[in-house]
Design a protein around this ligand. Sequence first.
Ligand code: M6R
Length: 362
Amino acid sequence: DKAGHKHFMAKEIAEQPSVLGDANAHYLTETGINFPDELPDFKEINQLTLVACGTAFYACLTAKYWFERLARIPVEVDIASEFRYREPPVAPKTAALFVSQSGETADTLAALRYCEGKADKILSVVNVPESSIARESDCALPILAGTEIGVASTKAFLCQLNVLLLLAIRAAEDRGTRTPEQLANIRNEMRSLPGLINQALEAAPAMKKTAKRLSAATDVLFLGRGLMYPMAMEGALKLKEISYIHAEGYASGELKHGPIALVDKKTPVVVLAPKDSLFDKTISNMQEVIARSGKVVLVTDSQGASMIGSEAADLIVMPDVPEILSPLLYAIPAQLLAYYTAVAKGTDVDQPRNLAKSVTVE
Ligand code: M6R
């Protein structure tokens, strides 16, 4: 049932505020986080290894910033199909964490099995609690996204990010790397996310216009720094999956090391740049794109828009959000851009060619 929406993907995008609100009604308590007792004490963990495929891999890349920044824990992130065949050494006091919406992805499951008997703890972040990955982990954390039907993951990605951030907060608490007040603040700010996401969804009309232009492009670049770098890659993956437009996500700072050679007046460049600690750096990369006639779609907040918005060909304004939470908000424009571009092209949004919802063969 699409609940009045044209596609399951549209429905799943629209229900994110309520799904996230419900997930956090479960996870956030008055004083902390409602996690199962089987979770390790992160004081006893020296290394965190995150493994996943596709969109779940980008959730892991985002989580690396959170775990490093909040909990000062060394984090390695890998694609499951590479991890499993590399036979990497697993250091003592390693927790291995597998992220999978379906919980059945063949490569992710094989990577988990590789870690059995090697890692101190096997954790998973899944949407399907009865899945193989959930059953074979020491502790499975449900993302509580509800059934996701669209092949392009949207609400599951958001809910993966949510649980991974909660886990990073717990790790920071265990390791004493942030004060209880600081962590309580972040948890409180997380309560405002459903409202902020609702506001972000109001960018849909502006997004439709931009998407019309994108639908004529053959290549699109996505740029971001810090927490926006994985989001740039996620935005590019989403766009290529459902609109079949070639898209790549890059770290803004890598632009001049190669990809800027691709920029000409036919290349839309989506720049994800909230007014955060890295804003000025990203904007100077954006200006390099403009100087080469690239057509910039700038996604920023009102402060960023008033400083620099007039330089961009297209401007999408997001509500203000604390930096640490920004991925949970900027996921929305990435999804909307892909969705409306696919709609403008008339492709099969929910069942894109060559793709399956659950990849149970390698
Ligand atoms: O079920 P999983 O989370 O393990 O699936 C991983 C990927 O196959 C999945 O995220 C894929 O990249 C999506 N189609 C992305 O939209």
